[in-house]
Design a protein around this ligand. Structure first.
Ligand code: GDP
Ligand code: IMO
Ligand code: MG
Length: 429
């Protein structure tokens, strides 16, 4: 019998649940950290002794020297961002983990970022997705249409040249004929791409094999999801989603691990709800409560700086996300932000045209029109940011946690009471 320890950590809402912090907390017991989908659209914040580091592409375990951090095949990698994140860590004098990059990960090229912006502009008012502008959608489009460049293509100048000639011919048709832009010159793209290949080369490794060996040796692996279930390309609020499989199943395609390998799913749930970008959000609060949550929670995008839309916890959405992810345990973050909010509202159903329902609709377009049905729980005013144990929390905060456990039928194994690594209540996660 093997003693596998492969944890998958995924977001349960629309992103920014505090995944980075939870990865960092669990990190001291982890041997290998893995990112497996998405790209630099992610913004994962880690705060250690008051010092804040935001990871976009690199796994949030990078601050653990001697550990291995893997960028799996399912990722779309912007080489400039990758190299600047590494040099940022070096500049700070931070000792860091070892990195391995899959040769099969796709490369976000400058034309992907340009297309991302042009497509958003072309969508016009009312149709914009509110992307991060990081080229994610166009890069995944190229991956699936089989005209992408993979990391390994950057390592071979001849292959890169050959593929890029063909790719640019097609892209330039788009730029000139559809978007009325100047064509891209081959050398402007080829020369930097070749240099990126040289810079990436020392990190490129057979990550599937490395992970296989790590699993078989019984090493502790933590797969770090980016974005979250409701932004999933298949299961999210399409088209207001990101372009990857953000719920649990993406971890297999994005690494080459098998479904048998996974031993636990950790679902990260923020104590209220936020969303950045466009798309339906039934419990969004446009009044004082929403403003207070944004202010107290510092809800501004870690990647784009945009103010996040804020509202109360939504159990219709959360139950759906919990089913999708198959959560074994919940990491509940930002409980401290609810301090002083007065009564706490909880959405238990939606109402539309006089009909109440509690299950996530297949047509998510109707989420723009539903009215949330709220229950209310009493809040608390005591500062909880120094609480280290569950029973130190005010009774109403304890009851809120218990309510979540009951509603989702999943234990809350960890509670965040502040942004810092040590502002955490560990209930045996
Ligand atoms: P991620 O994308 O899921 O990793 O989350 P982000 O880093 O984008 O956003 C979460 C924000 O909340 C960051 O600024 C974190 O430092 C902060 N944060 C995480 N956990 C807690 C917590 O328990 N309490 C408070 N007050 N802030 C937290
Ligand atoms: P983390 O990992 C929150 C949102 C964007 C937009 C939509 C599509 O930090 O939780 P994209 O650039 O991916 O094509 O944008 O998805 N989005 C996120 N929202 N957190 C994220 O990542 C996000 N990554 C993308 O705002 O609505
Ligand atoms: Mg984030």
């Amino acid at each position: 019998m093997s003693n596998k320890r492969v944890d998958l950590l995924v977001g349960a809402q629309w992103g920014d649940e505090g995944k980075g912090k939870v990865v960092d907390i669990l990190g001291s017991n982890v041997d290998v950290f893995v990112r497996y989908q998405g790209g630099a659209n992610a913004g994962h914040t880690v705060v250690v002794d008051g010092q804040k580091v935001v990871f976009h592409l690199l796994p949030s375990g990078m601050l653990y020297p001697g550990k291995l951090c893997v960028l799996g095949n399912g990722l779309v990698i912007d080489p400039e961002q990758f190299l600047s994140e590494i040099s940022g860590l070096l500049e700070n004098g931070q000792d860091r983990a070892r990195l391995a990059v899959s040769p099969h990960a796709h490369v976000v090229m400058p034309y992907h970022k340009m297309l991302d912006k042009l497509q958003e502009e072309a969508r016009g008012k009312g149709r914009k997705i509110g992307t991060t502008g990081r080229g994610i959608g166009p890069c995944y489009v190229d991956k699936y249409s089989r005209s992408g460049l993979r990391v390994q293509d950057l390592l071979n100048a001849d292959i890169l040249r050959d593929r890029l000639i063909y790719i640019l011919e097609e892209k330039n048709q788009l730029f000139t004929k559809l978007y009325n832009q100047k064509p891209l010159a081959f050398d402007e793209i080829y020369e930097p791409a070749r240099k990126w290949g040289e810079a990436l080369k020392p990190y490129v490794d057979d990550t599937r094999k490395l992970l296989r060996e790590a699993v078989d040796k019984g090493q502790h692996i933590l797969l770090e999801g980016a974005q979250a279930a409701l932004l999933d390309i298949d299961h999210g609020t399409y088209p207001y989603v990101t372009s990857s499989s953000t719920s649990a199943s993406g971890a297999y395609t994005g690494t080459g691990l098998s479904p048998h390998d996974l031993t636990r799913v950790i679902s990260v749930v923020k104590a209220y709800t936020t969303r950045v970008g466009e798309g339906p959000f039934p419990t969004e609060d446009f009044g004082e409560d929403g403003e207070k949550l944004r202010h107290n929670g510092g809800e501004f995008g870690a990647t784009t700086g945009r103010p996040r839309r804020c509202g109360w916890l939504d159990f219709v959405a959360l139950k759906y996300a919990t089913e999708l992810n198959g959560a074994d345990t919940i990491a509940l973050t930002k409980l401290d932000v609810l301090t002083g909010m007065g009564d706490i509202k909880i959405c238990v159903a939606y109402e539309l045209d006089g009909n109440k329902f509690e299950t996530w609709p297949t047509d998510t377009g109707i989420l723009n029109d539903v009215k949330p049905v709220y229950e209310t729980l009493p809040g608390w005013n005591e500062d909880i940011t120094n609480c280290k144990n569950f029973d130190e929390l005010p009774i109403n905060a304890q009851n809120y946690v218990k309510y979540i456990e009951q509603k989702l039928n999943v234990p809350v194994g960890l509670i965040g009471v502040g942004a810092d690594r040590n502002q955490t209540i560990n209930r045996g996660i």
